[in-house]
Design a protein around this ligand. Structure first.
Ligand code: G6P
Ligand code: MG
Length: 216
């Protein structure tokens, strides 16, 4: 029986995936890696340092930077990202998400956050959504990032549920893989996602009714 939902944040709750892309694009320019849609997509759901490694590798620069230089690049990216995040208000919650959260709450579903972002608590606060979440996984405590199932297993634990009682919601391929590996129901936002149990073109189409219909 479905009793809870674990949400990804970037690209599901707010369009911050676009902000991550903008800020990483600057880093790509700086290190001389060509910015492509494919690269941008591969960064979704991936931790800050792993994202930097992917950008360096895409341009063949993986051996050109010391650890200290890499940390400086990641910090610069985060500072630029935070400038974009600072502009977020509740008006930036993606279509339908607020209604969906209200519906889940009214029906007593448990709600957790399974975001790899260390900035997630700040973003929830700016969107005024913090109170909906009974569990928020701290990505600093994780050994492995998505597509490893750890973050979704921890999300289920944080709301006192077993994985098979939880549905995970993701816009990233690495995230769908993590949900599936955790043994949870995978809900994908975006038509191009593979292996999602249920898929919606965008957040406005995701309702509790539509999910139940497709589960039946
Ligand atoms: C999410 C996003 C990624 C981002 C990661 C770390 O998974 O989808 O694009 O790199 O979080 O975010 P952070 O805010 O900690 O740099
Ligand atoms: Mg995402």
């Amino acid at each position: 029986d479905l009793k809870g939902f674990a949400f990804d944040l970037d690209g599901v709750i707010a369009d911050t995936a676009r902000f991550h892309g903008q800020a990483w694009n600057e880093v790509a320019k700086k290190v001389g890696t060509e910015w492509t849609d494919e690269l941008a997509n591969n960064l979704k759901g991936v931790s800050r340092m792993d994202s930097l490694e992917l950008i360096l590798k895409a341009g063949g620069h993986e051996n050109d930077y010391s650890q200290a230089e890499k940390e400086a690049l990641a910090e610069e990216k985060n500072n630029n990202y935070l400038k974009l995040v600072d502009t977020l208000t509740p008006a930036d919650i993606l279509p339908g998400i607020k209604n969906f959260l209200d519906k889940l709450k009214a029906k007593n579903y448990k709600i957790a956050l399974a975001s790899a972002s260390k900035n997630a608590p700040k973003i929830l606060k700016q969107l005024q959504l913090t109170d909906y979440f009974e569990g928020i996984v701290n990505p600093a405590d994780l050994k492995k990032g998505k597509p490893d199932p750890e973050i979704y297993l921890e999300a289920a634990k944080s709301i006192g549920l077993k994985p098979d009682q939880v549905a995970g919601i993701e816009d990233a391929q690495a995230g769908i893989a993590a949900i599936n590996a955790a043994g949870e129901l995978s809900i994908g936002i975006g038509e191009s996602l593979k292996n999602a149990d249920i898929k919606f073109a965008d957040t406005s189409e995701m309702t509790l009714e539509a999910i139940k219909e497709r589960m039946a």
